[in-house]
Design a protein around this ligand. Sequence first.
Ligand code: SF4
Length: 260
Amino acid sequence: MATKSKKKSLAKKKLVRAKSKAAKSGKRAKAAKQAHAGGTDPKRVAAILAKLDEAYGNATCELKHENAFQLLISTILSAQCTDVRVNQVAETLYKKYPDPKAFAYATPGELEQDIRPTGFFRNKTKSVIGASKAVVEQFGGVVPRTMEEILTLPGVARKTGNVVLGSGYGIAVGVVVDTHVIRLSNRLDLTRNHEPIKIEQDLMKIVPPGKWIQFSHQLIWHGRRVCVARKPRCVDCNIEKLCYAKDKTYWSSPASAPRR
Ligand code: SF4
């Protein structure tokens, strides 16, 4: 009898322990959820947007272009390459190839050499010729104005689509998610995702549509000038008080560092 009651009391203790463990992990999950909600709290997001406006009111696309087609080509060339280098190449490129037809029916080997300084020139040549051919043969020589259509062009994904539609036509259908936007939106706790498509969806939920185009430029400018990949220059950052990134290099005062 004594053993039976001992077993019962042990089982009871186990149950209590399991319940308290579950409660603790539930609390932790709730706290994590609340912390994330804090990151995307509308007031905090509005404050970040205001700070970006303050610092980069005139932010624009840094790829030089005279029309949506040139922007399409320059954006394809900008993969794994700086805008400065693309602009240097573009200066002579658009004189030699003045319109979509010139690119569509270019000699691949020659075009490869013309764009060589931008890197990955063989693949980029395929994309440039493929996209130009599609523009000429399927869209009458004009870059399409919808995301659905632009995504049918070879070598074109959502990032390029958003750049061309946003900066080439002023059409806001999404947010450009490049390497800077991925890094900054995570540092600023505007998303917990790392895949561009999911990050874009997260940002589109919290940034007003009227600001999508400008917001992309501003984050990219901030990422290039201040919130750089290695050792962000937090001392020069006007969003510092709103930022609790783990890799911050500077706090305005030790007391302002959040306890995490
Ligand atoms: S405080 Fe630092 S990490 Fe945060 S956004 Fe500014 S530069 Fe980036």
